[in-house]
Design a binder for this molecule. Structure first.
Ligand SMILES: *[C@@H]1O[C@H](CO)[C@@H](O)[C@H](O)[C@H]1NC(C)=O
Ligand SMILES: *[C@@H]1O[C@H](CO)[C@@H](O)[C@H](O)[C@H]1NC(C)=O
Ligand SMILES: *[C@@H]1O[C@H](CO)[C@@H](O)[C@H](O)[C@H]1NC(C)=O
Length: 398
Protein backbone atom coordinates (compact mmCIF):
# COMPACT_ATOMS: atom_id res chain seq x y z
CA UNK A 1 0.00 0.00 0.00
CA UNK A 2 1.34 3.35 -0.92
CA UNK A 3 1.04 6.22 1.43
CA UNK A 4 -1.24 8.83 0.03
CA UNK A 5 0.47 11.66 1.81
CA UNK A 6 0.01 15.06 0.36
CA UNK A 7 2.57 17.61 1.23
CA UNK A 8 1.13 20.77 -0.16
CA UNK A 9 -1.05 22.81 2.13
CA UNK A 10 -4.40 24.21 1.46
CA UNK A 11 -5.86 26.89 3.61
CA UNK A 12 -9.36 26.13 4.54
CA UNK A 13 -11.43 28.13 6.90
CA UNK A 14 -12.39 25.36 9.25
CA UNK A 15 -15.64 26.62 10.60
CA UNK A 16 -16.90 27.93 7.30
CA UNK A 17 -17.84 25.84 4.36
CA UNK A 18 -14.67 26.06 2.34
CA UNK A 19 -14.96 27.60 -1.01
CA UNK A 20 -14.28 24.97 -3.57
CA UNK A 21 -13.77 27.55 -6.27
CA UNK A 22 -10.57 28.57 -4.51
CA UNK A 23 -9.26 25.10 -4.88
CA UNK A 24 -10.81 23.84 -8.00
CA UNK A 25 -9.07 25.83 -10.47
CA UNK A 26 -9.33 23.77 -13.51
CA UNK A 27 -11.80 21.11 -12.60
CA UNK A 28 -15.46 21.50 -12.07
CA UNK A 29 -16.76 19.52 -9.15
CA UNK A 30 -20.32 18.93 -8.18
CA UNK A 31 -20.72 20.69 -4.85
CA UNK A 32 -22.40 17.73 -3.19
CA UNK A 33 -19.42 15.43 -3.04
CA UNK A 34 -18.55 14.13 0.39
CA UNK A 35 -15.19 12.87 1.56
CA UNK A 36 -16.02 9.29 0.70
CA UNK A 37 -16.57 10.20 -2.93
CA UNK A 38 -13.68 12.64 -2.99
CA UNK A 39 -11.33 10.14 -1.47
CA UNK A 40 -12.44 7.40 -3.85
CA UNK A 41 -11.89 9.71 -6.79
CA UNK A 42 -8.44 10.64 -5.53
CA UNK A 43 -7.50 6.96 -5.31
CA UNK A 44 -8.57 6.41 -8.90
CA UNK A 45 -6.37 9.30 -9.97
CA UNK A 46 -3.52 8.02 -7.88
CA UNK A 47 -3.68 4.61 -9.58
CA UNK A 48 -3.70 6.43 -12.89
CA UNK A 49 -0.62 8.36 -11.76
CA UNK A 50 -2.39 11.68 -12.16
CA UNK A 51 -0.79 13.33 -9.17
CA UNK A 52 -2.17 16.75 -9.74
CA UNK A 53 -5.73 15.48 -9.47
CA UNK A 54 -4.78 13.11 -6.68
CA UNK A 55 -3.42 16.03 -4.71
CA UNK A 56 -6.49 18.12 -5.34
CA UNK A 57 -9.08 15.46 -4.47
CA UNK A 58 -7.19 14.29 -1.42
CA UNK A 59 -7.07 17.84 -0.10
CA UNK A 60 -10.78 18.21 -0.77
CA UNK A 61 -11.55 14.95 1.00
CA UNK A 62 -9.51 15.96 4.03
CA UNK A 63 -11.12 19.37 4.09
CA UNK A 64 -14.61 17.87 3.93
CA UNK A 65 -13.79 15.57 6.84
CA UNK A 66 -12.36 18.46 8.87
CA UNK A 67 -15.41 20.54 8.14
CA UNK A 68 -17.78 17.78 9.27
CA UNK A 69 -15.86 17.29 12.50
CA UNK A 70 -16.03 20.98 13.26
CA UNK A 71 -19.73 21.11 12.51
CA UNK A 72 -20.45 18.01 14.60
CA UNK A 73 -19.01 19.79 17.59
CA UNK A 74 -20.98 22.92 16.79
CA UNK A 75 -24.20 20.93 16.44
CA UNK A 76 -23.52 19.18 19.72
CA UNK A 77 -22.99 22.52 21.41
CA UNK A 78 -26.21 23.85 19.98
CA UNK A 79 -28.19 20.76 21.04
CA UNK A 80 -26.83 20.07 24.50
CA UNK A 81 -27.78 22.14 27.48
CA UNK A 82 -25.39 23.53 29.97
CA UNK A 83 -24.47 20.75 32.33
CA UNK A 84 -26.02 18.02 30.19
CA UNK A 85 -22.74 16.11 30.17
CA UNK A 86 -22.83 15.98 33.92
CA UNK A 87 -26.47 14.86 34.07
CA UNK A 88 -25.65 12.15 31.52
CA UNK A 89 -22.83 10.90 33.70
CA UNK A 90 -25.04 10.92 36.75
CA UNK A 91 -27.75 9.06 34.85
CA UNK A 92 -25.32 6.35 33.82
CA UNK A 93 -23.81 6.12 37.24
CA UNK A 94 -27.27 5.51 38.68
CA UNK A 95 -28.08 3.01 35.92
CA UNK A 96 -24.88 1.02 36.31
CA UNK A 97 -25.03 0.95 40.09
CA UNK A 98 -28.67 -0.12 40.10
CA UNK A 99 -28.08 -2.85 37.56
CA UNK A 100 -24.96 -4.25 39.22
CA UNK A 101 -26.50 -4.18 42.66
CA UNK A 102 -29.71 -5.93 41.55
CA UNK A 103 -27.75 -8.62 39.69
CA UNK A 104 -25.48 -9.21 42.63
CA UNK A 105 -28.42 -9.49 44.99
CA UNK A 106 -30.24 -11.96 42.73
CA UNK A 107 -27.10 -13.98 42.12
CA UNK A 108 -26.57 -14.38 45.84
CA UNK A 109 -30.08 -15.78 46.13
CA UNK A 110 -30.44 -17.83 42.96
CA UNK A 111 -27.04 -18.24 41.33
CA UNK A 112 -26.76 -17.81 37.58
CA UNK A 113 -29.82 -16.49 35.75
CA UNK A 114 -32.13 -19.08 34.23
CA UNK A 115 -32.13 -19.30 30.46
CA UNK A 116 -35.82 -19.58 29.66
CA UNK A 117 -37.37 -20.77 26.43
CA UNK A 118 -40.03 -18.49 25.05
CA UNK A 119 -42.89 -20.92 25.72
CA UNK A 120 -42.21 -20.97 29.46
CA UNK A 121 -42.12 -17.19 29.59
CA UNK A 122 -45.46 -17.06 27.78
CA UNK A 123 -47.08 -19.81 29.86
CA UNK A 124 -46.34 -17.98 33.08
CA UNK A 125 -47.38 -14.64 31.67
CA UNK A 126 -50.80 -15.99 30.71
CA UNK A 127 -51.13 -18.11 33.85
CA UNK A 128 -51.29 -21.37 31.96
CA UNK A 129 -50.07 -23.42 34.94
CA UNK A 130 -53.43 -22.64 36.58
CA UNK A 131 -55.14 -24.45 33.76
CA UNK A 132 -53.29 -27.65 34.67
CA UNK A 133 -53.81 -26.95 38.33
CA UNK A 134 -57.58 -26.64 38.04
CA UNK A 135 -57.81 -29.93 36.21
CA UNK A 136 -55.62 -31.67 38.78
CA UNK A 137 -57.71 -30.30 41.66
CA UNK A 138 -60.83 -31.39 39.83
CA UNK A 139 -59.44 -34.91 39.49
CA UNK A 140 -58.55 -34.89 43.18
CA UNK A 141 -62.08 -33.83 44.07
CA UNK A 142 -61.15 -30.42 45.49
CA UNK A 143 -63.63 -28.33 43.51
CA UNK A 144 -63.08 -25.16 45.56
CA UNK A 145 -59.40 -25.03 44.71
CA UNK A 146 -60.16 -26.03 41.12
CA UNK A 147 -62.60 -23.13 40.91
CA UNK A 148 -60.03 -20.67 42.19
CA UNK A 149 -57.41 -21.87 39.71
CA UNK A 150 -59.94 -21.64 36.87
CA UNK A 151 -60.85 -18.07 37.85
CA UNK A 152 -57.24 -16.95 37.79
CA UNK A 153 -56.63 -18.55 34.42
CA UNK A 154 -59.78 -16.99 32.99
CA UNK A 155 -58.79 -13.54 34.22
CA UNK A 156 -55.71 -13.66 32.01
CA UNK A 157 -57.45 -15.48 29.15
CA UNK A 158 -60.91 -13.93 29.09
CA UNK A 159 -61.60 -15.29 25.60
CA UNK A 160 -60.96 -18.92 26.49
CA UNK A 161 -64.30 -20.69 25.96
CA UNK A 162 -63.00 -23.79 27.66
CA UNK A 163 -62.19 -21.91 30.84
CA UNK A 164 -65.45 -19.97 30.69
CA UNK A 165 -67.21 -23.34 30.66
CA UNK A 166 -65.14 -24.60 33.57
CA UNK A 167 -65.84 -21.54 35.66
CA UNK A 168 -69.55 -21.88 34.97
CA UNK A 169 -69.40 -25.51 35.99
CA UNK A 170 -67.57 -24.83 39.25
CA UNK A 171 -69.75 -21.85 40.13
CA UNK A 172 -72.74 -24.20 40.26
CA UNK A 173 -70.95 -26.73 42.45
CA UNK A 174 -69.09 -24.41 44.83
CA UNK A 175 -71.30 -22.25 46.97
CA UNK A 176 -68.84 -21.21 49.66
CA UNK A 177 -65.99 -19.32 48.06
CA UNK A 178 -64.52 -18.15 51.36
CA UNK A 179 -62.34 -21.24 51.71
CA UNK A 180 -60.55 -20.67 48.42
CA UNK A 181 -56.79 -20.75 48.57
CA UNK A 182 -55.48 -17.30 47.82
CA UNK A 183 -52.93 -18.15 45.12
CA UNK A 184 -53.02 -14.61 43.85
CA UNK A 185 -54.20 -11.78 46.03
CA UNK A 186 -56.83 -9.45 44.60
CA UNK A 187 -55.23 -6.88 42.36
CA UNK A 188 -56.20 -3.33 41.57
CA UNK A 189 -58.76 -4.40 38.98
CA UNK A 190 -60.42 -6.88 41.38
CA UNK A 191 -60.69 -4.19 44.04
CA UNK A 192 -61.96 -1.74 41.43
CA UNK A 193 -64.72 -4.13 40.38
CA UNK A 194 -65.71 -4.79 43.98
CA UNK A 195 -65.67 -1.05 44.65
CA UNK A 196 -67.86 -0.29 41.66
CA UNK A 197 -70.32 -2.98 42.75
CA UNK A 198 -70.64 -1.40 46.20
CA UNK A 199 -70.87 2.03 44.62
CA UNK A 200 -73.80 0.91 42.50
CA UNK A 201 -75.49 -0.31 45.66
CA UNK A 202 -74.86 3.09 47.26
CA UNK A 203 -72.70 1.42 49.88
CA UNK A 204 -70.10 4.16 49.79
CA UNK A 205 -68.27 3.05 52.92
CA UNK A 206 -67.38 -0.30 51.35
CA UNK A 207 -66.87 1.32 47.96
CA UNK A 208 -64.32 3.76 49.42
CA UNK A 209 -62.43 0.95 51.11
CA UNK A 210 -62.21 -1.10 47.91
CA UNK A 211 -61.47 1.84 45.63
CA UNK A 212 -58.83 3.18 47.99
CA UNK A 213 -57.26 -0.27 48.10
CA UNK A 214 -57.54 -0.44 44.32
CA UNK A 215 -55.69 2.86 44.03
CA UNK A 216 -52.90 1.75 46.37
CA UNK A 217 -52.54 -1.45 44.36
CA UNK A 218 -52.59 0.48 41.09
CA UNK A 219 -49.69 2.62 42.27
CA UNK A 220 -47.74 -0.42 43.40
CA UNK A 221 -48.49 -2.53 40.31
CA UNK A 222 -47.64 0.26 37.90
CA UNK A 223 -44.35 0.98 39.62
CA UNK A 224 -43.41 -2.70 39.63
CA UNK A 225 -44.43 -3.12 36.01
CA UNK A 226 -42.20 -0.23 34.98
CA UNK A 227 -39.26 -1.51 36.96
CA UNK A 228 -39.60 -4.91 35.31
CA UNK A 229 -39.18 -3.23 31.91
CA UNK A 230 -35.54 -2.51 32.59
CA UNK A 231 -34.54 -5.08 35.16
CA UNK A 232 -34.84 -8.80 35.35
CA UNK A 233 -32.54 -11.62 36.15
CA UNK A 234 -33.74 -14.69 34.32
CA UNK A 235 -33.21 -14.42 30.63
CA UNK A 236 -34.86 -15.39 27.41
CA UNK A 237 -32.60 -18.13 26.09
CA UNK A 238 -32.53 -16.91 22.48
CA UNK A 239 -32.30 -13.27 23.27
CA UNK A 240 -30.33 -11.26 20.75
CA UNK A 241 -27.33 -9.41 22.02
CA UNK A 242 -27.03 -5.84 20.87
CA UNK A 243 -24.69 -5.68 17.91
CA UNK A 244 -21.67 -3.94 19.32
CA UNK A 245 -19.87 -4.15 15.98
CA UNK A 246 -22.42 -1.78 14.64
CA UNK A 247 -20.37 1.35 14.14
CA UNK A 248 -23.35 3.66 14.37
CA UNK A 249 -22.82 5.99 17.24
CA UNK A 250 -23.30 5.05 20.84
CA UNK A 251 -26.06 7.61 21.29
CA UNK A 252 -27.98 6.22 18.36
CA UNK A 253 -27.71 2.63 19.61
CA UNK A 254 -28.59 3.61 23.12
CA UNK A 255 -31.69 5.48 22.06
CA UNK A 256 -32.84 2.43 20.12
CA UNK A 257 -32.35 0.19 23.15
CA UNK A 258 -34.03 2.71 25.40
CA UNK A 259 -37.00 2.86 23.06
CA UNK A 260 -37.75 -0.78 23.90
CA UNK A 261 -37.70 0.07 27.59
CA UNK A 262 -39.97 3.06 27.04
CA UNK A 263 -42.43 1.11 24.89
CA UNK A 264 -42.63 -1.43 27.71
CA UNK A 265 -43.23 1.28 30.30
CA UNK A 266 -45.88 2.79 28.07
CA UNK A 267 -47.65 -0.57 27.99
CA UNK A 268 -47.71 -0.52 31.80
CA UNK A 269 -49.82 2.62 31.58
CA UNK A 270 -52.34 0.85 29.39
CA UNK A 271 -52.35 -2.45 31.20
CA UNK A 272 -55.27 -1.73 33.49
CA UNK A 273 -57.32 -0.08 30.75
CA UNK A 274 -57.35 -3.38 28.91
CA UNK A 275 -58.46 -5.42 31.89
CA UNK A 276 -61.72 -3.57 32.43
CA UNK A 277 -64.11 -3.83 29.49
CA UNK A 278 -66.24 -0.84 28.45
CA UNK A 279 -64.35 1.83 30.33
CA UNK A 280 -65.55 5.26 29.30
CA UNK A 281 -62.27 6.90 30.24
CA UNK A 282 -58.81 5.65 31.15
CA UNK A 283 -58.57 3.39 34.15
CA UNK A 284 -56.81 5.77 36.53
CA UNK A 285 -59.10 8.79 36.02
CA UNK A 286 -62.11 6.48 36.17
CA UNK A 287 -60.91 5.04 39.46
CA UNK A 288 -60.23 8.52 40.88
CA UNK A 289 -63.62 9.64 39.66
CA UNK A 290 -65.46 6.93 41.62
CA UNK A 291 -63.21 7.41 44.60
CA UNK A 292 -63.69 11.17 44.99
CA UNK A 293 -67.43 10.72 44.92
CA UNK A 294 -67.44 7.82 47.37
CA UNK A 295 -65.13 9.72 49.72
CA UNK A 296 -67.46 12.69 49.53
CA UNK A 297 -70.42 10.45 50.37
CA UNK A 298 -68.75 9.23 53.54
CA UNK A 299 -67.84 12.84 54.40
CA UNK A 300 -64.10 12.34 54.02
CA UNK A 301 -63.76 15.72 52.33
CA UNK A 302 -60.00 15.86 52.76
CA UNK A 303 -59.60 12.64 50.84
CA UNK A 304 -62.16 13.71 48.23
CA UNK A 305 -60.23 16.96 47.78
CA UNK A 306 -56.94 15.13 47.32
CA UNK A 307 -58.39 12.72 44.78
CA UNK A 308 -60.26 15.40 42.82
CA UNK A 309 -57.05 17.42 42.64
CA UNK A 310 -55.17 14.50 41.13
CA UNK A 311 -58.03 13.77 38.75
CA UNK A 312 -57.73 17.32 37.45
CA UNK A 313 -54.01 16.90 36.92
CA UNK A 314 -54.99 14.17 34.42
CA UNK A 315 -58.03 15.93 32.92
CA UNK A 316 -57.34 19.57 33.57
CA UNK A 317 -60.26 20.89 31.54
CA UNK A 318 -62.95 18.87 33.23
CA UNK A 319 -65.60 21.37 34.30
CA UNK A 320 -67.56 19.05 36.56
CA UNK A 321 -64.54 18.02 38.55
CA UNK A 322 -63.39 21.62 38.74
CA UNK A 323 -66.74 22.45 40.34
CA UNK A 324 -66.44 19.51 42.69
CA UNK A 325 -63.01 20.63 43.79
CA UNK A 326 -64.31 24.13 44.40
CA UNK A 327 -67.03 22.67 46.57
CA UNK A 328 -64.57 20.52 48.55
CA UNK A 329 -62.29 23.51 49.00
CA UNK A 330 -65.20 25.51 50.35
CA UNK A 331 -65.89 22.81 52.91
CA UNK A 332 -62.37 22.86 54.29
CA UNK A 333 -60.64 25.47 56.37
CA UNK A 334 -57.32 24.97 54.68
CA UNK A 335 -56.22 23.12 51.56
CA UNK A 336 -55.09 19.61 52.50
CA UNK A 337 -51.68 18.29 51.59
CA UNK A 338 -51.36 16.60 48.24
CA UNK A 339 -51.55 12.85 47.79
CA UNK A 340 -47.82 12.64 47.24
CA UNK A 341 -47.28 9.04 46.10
CA UNK A 342 -50.07 9.38 43.58
CA UNK A 343 -48.79 12.74 42.40
CA UNK A 344 -45.30 11.30 41.97
CA UNK A 345 -46.65 8.43 39.92
CA UNK A 346 -48.66 10.73 37.68
CA UNK A 347 -45.55 12.83 37.17
CA UNK A 348 -43.56 9.69 36.35
CA UNK A 349 -46.21 8.65 33.83
CA UNK A 350 -46.07 12.06 32.24
CA UNK A 351 -42.31 11.90 31.90
CA UNK A 352 -42.56 8.44 30.37
CA UNK A 353 -44.89 9.81 27.73
CA UNK A 354 -42.54 12.71 27.13
CA UNK A 355 -39.50 10.47 26.70
CA UNK A 356 -41.35 8.11 24.38
CA UNK A 357 -42.71 11.05 22.43
CA UNK A 358 -39.17 12.42 22.05
CA UNK A 359 -38.04 9.03 20.69
CA UNK A 360 -40.90 8.06 18.38
CA UNK A 361 -41.84 11.63 17.43
CA UNK A 362 -44.75 13.82 18.34
CA UNK A 363 -46.72 12.75 15.30
CA UNK A 364 -46.65 9.06 16.17
CA UNK A 365 -47.52 9.88 19.78
CA UNK A 366 -50.49 11.99 18.74
CA UNK A 367 -51.70 9.13 16.61
CA UNK A 368 -51.50 6.67 19.51
CA UNK A 369 -53.31 9.02 21.83
CA UNK A 370 -55.97 9.71 19.24
CA UNK A 371 -56.60 5.99 18.86
CA UNK A 372 -57.09 5.87 22.60
CA UNK A 373 -59.36 8.88 22.66
CA UNK A 374 -61.95 7.10 20.64
CA UNK A 375 -62.90 5.35 23.79
CA UNK A 376 -61.72 7.98 26.23
CA UNK A 377 -64.30 10.34 24.85
CA UNK A 378 -67.04 7.77 24.83
CA UNK A 379 -69.32 8.26 27.79
CA UNK A 380 -68.34 10.90 30.30
CA UNK A 381 -71.35 10.05 32.39
CA UNK A 382 -69.82 9.25 35.72
CA UNK A 383 -68.31 12.49 36.96
CA UNK A 384 -70.69 13.44 39.67
CA UNK A 385 -71.40 17.10 39.74
CA UNK A 386 -72.27 19.34 42.55
CA UNK A 387 -75.59 20.96 41.85
CA UNK A 388 -74.77 24.67 42.13
CA UNK A 389 -78.33 25.57 43.09
CA UNK A 390 -78.82 23.25 45.99
CA UNK A 391 -75.15 23.12 46.78
CA UNK A 392 -75.31 19.65 48.28
CA UNK A 393 -76.71 17.28 45.69
CA UNK A 394 -74.63 15.59 43.09
CA UNK A 395 -75.77 14.61 39.69
CA UNK A 396 -74.97 11.02 39.34
CA UNK A 397 -75.83 9.25 36.15
CA UNK A 398 -75.95 5.89 37.87
C1 LIG B 1 -6.10 26.15 -15.94
O1 LIG B 1 -5.32 25.32 -16.77
C2 LIG B 1 -4.82 26.02 -17.91
C3 LIG B 1 -4.07 25.02 -18.75
O2 LIG B 1 -4.59 23.73 -18.66
C4 LIG B 1 -3.91 27.13 -17.45
O3 LIG B 1 -3.47 27.86 -18.55
C5 LIG B 1 -4.67 28.05 -16.55
O4 LIG B 1 -3.79 29.04 -16.03
C6 LIG B 1 -5.28 27.29 -15.38
N1 LIG B 1 -6.07 28.19 -14.63
C7 LIG B 1 -5.76 28.51 -13.40
C8 LIG B 1 -6.69 29.51 -12.72
O5 LIG B 1 -4.83 28.03 -12.78
C1 LIG C 1 -56.59 4.67 52.03
O1 LIG C 1 -55.54 3.73 52.15
C2 LIG C 1 -54.42 4.20 52.87
C3 LIG C 1 -53.39 3.12 52.87
O2 LIG C 1 -53.55 2.22 51.89
C4 LIG C 1 -54.80 4.59 54.26
O3 LIG C 1 -53.69 5.11 54.92
C5 LIG C 1 -55.91 5.62 54.23
O4 LIG C 1 -56.36 5.88 55.54
C6 LIG C 1 -57.07 5.11 53.40
N1 LIG C 1 -58.06 6.15 53.27
C7 LIG C 1 -59.36 5.90 53.34
C8 LIG C 1 -60.24 7.08 53.21
O5 LIG C 1 -59.81 4.79 53.49
C1 LIG D 1 -17.94 -8.55 16.03
O1 LIG D 1 -16.57 -8.46 16.28
C2 LIG D 1 -16.02 -9.59 16.93
C3 LIG D 1 -14.58 -9.33 17.24
O2 LIG D 1 -14.10 -8.21 16.60
C4 LIG D 1 -16.19 -10.83 16.05
O3 LIG D 1 -15.68 -11.97 16.70
C5 LIG D 1 -17.68 -11.02 15.77
O4 LIG D 1 -17.88 -12.10 14.88
C6 LIG D 1 -18.28 -9.76 15.17
N1 LIG D 1 -19.70 -9.91 15.07
C7 LIG D 1 -20.38 -9.58 13.99
C8 LIG D 1 -21.85 -9.77 14.04
O5 LIG D 1 -19.84 -9.14 12.98
Amino acid sequence: MAAYSVVSLILVAMSLKYSRSQLVVNFTLPSTEDYLELYSTSLVHYRNEDYQKTQLYTELALADKRYRDVMLFKCYQRCSDQGSQKSQQLFFLALVNEEKCTRKCMKKLFGQPLQLPLWVIKDFKFRKPYSFLQYSYYQLGDLTSAYEAALINLKYNPDSEMMQGNVKFYSKKVKDKSRMLPHELPDSVDEFNMGVRSYMNHDYETATTHLNQSLSLYIEETKKCKIRCATGYDEYADKKQPDLNDTSTFQDQFVRLYQDVMECRYKCLEKHDKMVPDLSEDYLPKLLNYLQFSAYQIKDIVFAHQIATEYLSLNSGDQTMTNNLKYFTGQLESAPEGYIILRNLIEENRLDMEVLSAIVGKKEMRKRLKDKQNYVLGDMGLVSELNPDKNILWRNSY
